[in-house]
Design a protein around this ligand. Sequence first.
Ligand code: B3K
Ligand code: ZN
Length: 868
Amino acid sequence: MTQQPQAKYRKDYTAPAFTISHIDLTFDLNDTETRVIARSKVQQNVDGAQTLTLDGEGMKLVRLEVDGKSWSNYSVEETQLVISGVPATFELEIETEINPEANTSLEGLYKSDGAYCTQCEAEGFRRITYYLDRPDVLAKFTTKVIADKGAYPYLLSNGNKIGSGDLENGKHWVQWEDPFAKPCYLFALVAGDFDCLSDVFVTKSGREVALEIFVDKGNLDRADYAMLSLKNSMKWDEDRFGLEYDLDIYMIVAVDFFNMGAMENKGLNVFNSKFVLANSDTATDADYHGIERVIGHEYFHNWSGNRVTCRDWFQLSLKEGLTVFRDQEFSSDMGSRAVNRIGNVRIMRSAQFAEDRSPMAHPIRPEKVIEMNNFYTVTVYEKGSEVIRMMHTLLGEETFQKGIELYFDRHDGTAATCDEFVQAMEEASGFNLSQFRLWYSQSGTPTLKVVSDYDAEAKTLSLTVSQKTLPTADQAKKQALLIPLDVELYAADGSVVALQRNGEALNNVLQVTAEEQVFVFDNVDDKPVVSLLREFSAPVNLEYDYSDDELAFLMVYARNEFARWDASQMLLGKHIKENVSRIQQGGEFSLPESVVDAFRGVLLNKELDRALIAEVLDLPTENEVGGWYTTIDVDAIHIVVAAIRNTFAQEMADEFVAVYQACKADKYELTHSAAADRTLKNVCLSYIALSEGGEKIVAAQYDSADNMTDTFAALAAANIAELPSRDQMMQSFSDEWHQDGLVMDKWFMLQGTSPMEGALENVKKQMSHPSFSLKNPNRLRSLIGAFAQNTVHFHAKDGLGYEFLTDILIELNEINPQVASRLIDPLLKLKYFDAERQQLIRKQLSRLVEMENLAKDLYEKVNKALEV
Ligand code: B3K
Ligand code: ZN
């Protein structure tokens, strides 16, 4: 390492010395030598400033002019261009040369297969030209793109097209103008040869917006669902948030090489093709759901992110937390609210709670950052959304919307802070959010412990609620938070007991504000069953001493579907924990008949939404279970989760077959209810695969399936049950789909998560499969990322899993540090394993830390992990 990467702190924010109001860009595209001319109008922003320091990396400076004259008073440093003695207002012209073909980091301008595309968030624009690469510098952009007309018939950028023409040598040009001032992270350019799906959306005020989705040639039949989702998003944002689209055109381009899901560049979204392309032969119901979600997410950013952006990157949750909240609400309004909520909560409990326990723990508004790309996390996104959701719960939809309106009115066209968002909510509602603000600065998962006490004589129920947040890697001291706790009481016959105190009706959402607090309810005739933290009303761990009977009761009687599912999870959790300790003490696995019966009751309940039944029967992952322990016993957890799966499979074998048959459809339909049937059918299949005679049913489904959901479910069932026919099915799938990377990702994922003996050797072997490439982030995540979640094999005591991942990280450090930095996460949690495994992980992390050229991304994480 030449120079140690430096951290930046939130507290050090200062306004920029200069701002840029306009920038005119010209790109002359060439694979290895692209020329970029940037003409900017620069103004002094701090009195007396004379030195303009621009960000820039990995490019050649060709020419520098100030007010039309060559300027020599500058110095080029590794990551900056320092221009001295400049006037208060001037025009700056910079010509640079970059090499898109050599750019494997997929940040800045790069080539994805045959097309040029850009990714500028967070700090990628500085790889295109020297600029004030920070979100609080908002400029109006025009962009002229020049390229070979035959190879790149489409030349796209932000805003509206304002001119085009042909040039000599078979080249052509197109010029774009974006009327909205924006930070450079929202800049985009795409050049390529595509098929284009076009449509029109008429906004509520009657404006026509052209919609265009660009896909690789031959993929037009896979773009319809993305288009439908886009139109639904536009309509939904008008109906629910009153927000209308503002340009004449909205473009989406699908590319195969992309580091994340998608990017909300103004008027020109660039998407990972995974979140655009789908038809029933290639995509599962889960893929369709992902497309709807991500198309919505990026569209919603047009207001929450683009019209109002972030003052600095520490405020990232201002746009991401709010936009995740908006996309979650969109998915819930379009489909099943309960199933969507369950999905959100599973992510919180498995991934976000785990992040809070890791060396990378941070509040939703981080205080200290070395590499910004490391902070696009489940904490900033998902917990950020939970924080918005808590405000929604406390204020109610109507008042919340008033706050949103005030926020957008007040901050439109500017770069804002999280504090300003809360301020708008507070002003619009009159609700005091001062204690609530702590959610922005305090990291960690609070534990909410509830003890109930029923007084039969006084007919009162009291709930003693205490909260505690343990120290996290980044923050030792914690304070009491304002925690909304949604509760309901049930009488033995399942009827709801109204919450009241001194003759007054109480709200279901209790406000927990102190370390310990008692809530008393009157007129409770008999000892009730308590339903707590309904809808997961706060991102906390709940501790309450439920009996099996109470949980089984809630699985049937809780009014709210989410609460029923949650009760089933708590019941499973209790028995998983009990069995893990039994196994650790040399005992035998056992599961009471009553637990199986509770689940059987749900399976056979004809009143319930089938998608919800499927969620109840879908066991927590071994990774999620690991998160309940301070020392994770991967082997015991594996034994117990597998034993529960097997017990269910054996004890409910007939019921699974019956429900499987009942859910079968004559023909494929892409509706929420048909998808719910498929989900339940395929959960049944995963159990059927484990019981006698199951293999035949699995094979029959694989052979006769007329859609990818069913094909993949059969393959996954064979994989997890290690059926003898598994290899043959995998082979036939690969024979059919090896040309199609996106479809093969499903196959690679199964290879990565296979429980088979020799799983690691198998993963290594699949890296030479013709469809695999280390340069493609989707392939990497599917095979290598999945293997790192394959707990028993990844954490094998010989340490070879750790060594394998580290070998790959070393290679990726050069190719694509951002993706490497995502893959490393399982190695950061070393302190939760036994001494032997810790030692093995430490050895691998040391290999990384000793590298000469370790990228900032890995540097930040590895060092934090080794400090702990
Ligand atoms: N804003 C982008 C994420 C950019 C990630 C940069 N490493 C996508 C999104 O959240 O919508
Ligand atoms: Zn986002």
